[in-house]
Design a protein around this ligand. Structure first.
Ligand code: IMP
Length: 440
């Protein structure tokens, strides 16, 4: 069977903790979208591993697949694999031959375009990893795929077509000087060598075929979504989005496993008990102005600083219309709520229950970000819950949670129409109250 983990908000919901917890029961962990813009810390046997591309299961002797929906920076991939090997691990990572390659010029273009957009406040606040420009080339049918790296002649043909165009964009559209990242010979030399290493280490697969055979043999697959629903290219707050589909549909198109197979499995939405946002754009439930002290407090307590970029995250109350939207778009069968402990001990706990848009009450997100920016949250207040010994709660289970925290969780579960599978009450994998194991 399959279990798909999806971020319900703006990324950084703490998906990693659940991927760690449930990935233990999986045979294969599959990433289906995004690239090294994701940040993920895994703690195993007291050792901390920071990964941005390699699926976390690789730390736990699982096969990790980067599906065709991913964009792969081979420099990051090899750096992460080499670092794991230096620490005595032997990660089994396979990359889809259909996945697209992030080339050095993509990262340069990411920076240039963000800078250009900033004049009109339209920059997405990207991670600068070249994600958008690589997906652009994929859709524009001028991308370079992992399979192309395996054939030096094909690679050269692709580079000779695309690099002059990229150079022209830099020089003629933006009036800048194109550097070594736009040198066809240098690129060919480096990336043909990447292809040779991928081949020598037998790292590439026809992902859909590989996964289909594993499923036939009874393997358990965990699909690890990166980022979150509200930064999905189709369902998110365009244009302040990433360029892929973190929603559950992406698990199918990004891996080659059919939607009926994914749909027969579990789709678990990961929810942070409040909202955090790295990046620009509106945020109706943002704690700003008079609430800045509260935002600072939650940011510090929740460690809300970007894993990839180190940027402080913006903080807001939970946005429930956003969660209803996410639950529908991915068809959640369950939810996991993280960081519940961070809200403990506050004087007040609120959520944005609905929006007021020009006098109209909305229960879910409007389709344009401009209208979303005009939404005033209709807040609902909950009785706060106290600080308790969260490790004891994690050991004792759901009923040991403070009663007011349970009221909050049960409200959320009702609003999204999905049962609670897990509650995160601290940063470690052990600090999770598990109600349902989706693989069971
Ligand atoms: P990109 O994915 O680097 O192109 O960035 C596009 C938008 O997605 C920016 O607002 C980023 O801050 C956001 N983003 C990308 N990856 C993550 C993530 O893993 N967590 C949270 N936000 C992310």
């Amino acid at each position: 069977m399959t279990v798909t983990i999806v971020g319900s908000q703006l990324g950084d919901e703490g998906k990693g903790a659940l991927v760690d917890l449930w990935g233990g029961n999986a045979d294969i962990v599959v990433r289906y979208q995004g690239g090294d813009n994701a940040g993920h810390t895994v703690v195993e046997d007291g050792e901390e591993y920071k990964l941005s591309l390699v699926p976390s299961g690789a730390v736990r002797d699982k096969t990790g697949i980067l599906g065709n929906g991913c964009v792969v920076n081979p420099r990051t991939l090899f750096d992460e694999i080499d670092a794991l090997r230096e620490r005595g691990l032997d990660p089994d990572v396979r990359v889809a031959r259909r996945a697209h390659v992030i080339m050095p010029y993509h990262r340069v273009l990411d920076g240039i375009e963000e800078e250009a957009k900033s004049d009109d406040d339209l920059e997405a606040g990207t991670t600068g990893r070249g994600i958008g420009p690589t997906y652009e080339d994929k859709v524009g049918r001028r991308g370079i795929r992992v399979g192309d790296l395996l054939d030096s002649d094909v690679l050269r043909d692709r580079l000779e077509y695309v690099v002059p165009q990229k150079r022209a964009v830099v020089e003629e559209v933006f009036g800048l000087k194109a550097g070594e990242e736009f040198d066809i010979d240098a690129l060919h030399e480096e990336y043909a060598a990447v292809g040779r290493r991928l081949a020598e280490e037998d790292m590439t697969v026809n992902a859909g075929d590989f996964l289909g055979r594993k499923l036939d043999d009874g393997a358990e697959l965990l699909f690890e979504g990166a980022q979150g629903t509200s930064i999905d290219i189709d369902h998110g707050i365009y244009p302040y989005v990433t360029s892929s589909n973190p929603t559950a549909g992406g698990a199918s198109t990004g891996s080659g496993v059919g939607p009926t197979v994914i749909g027969r499995g579990e789709v678990v939405g990961i929810v942070k008990a409040y909202l955090s946002r790295v990046g620009t754009g509106p945020l109706p439930t943002e704690l700003d102005g008079d609430d800045e002290d509260l935002a600072d407090y939650i940011r510090e307590k929740g460690g809300e600083f970007g894993t990839v970029t180190g940027r402080p995250r913006r903080i807001g109350w939970l946005d429930v219309p956003m969660l209803r939207h996410a639950a529908r778009a991915s068809g959640f069968t369950g939810i996991a709520v993280n960081h519940l402990d961070v809200l403990a001990g506050l004087d007040e706990v609120k959520v944005g229950h609905a929006y007021d848009l020009d006098g109209e009450r909305l229960e879910t997100m409007p389709a344009t970000t401009e209208r979303w920016a005009e939404c005033d949250p209709i807040l609902k207040e909950f009785d706060p819950w106290p600080e308790v010994d969260w490790s004891t709660v994690a050991e004792d289970g759901y009923d040991a949670l403070p009663a007011n925290a349970r009221t909050y969780l049960e409200y959320l579960s009702d609003e999204v129409g999905a049962p609670i599978y897990a509650v995160g009450v601290g940063p470690d994998r052990a600090d999770t109250v598990e109600l349902v194991d989706p693989f069971a």
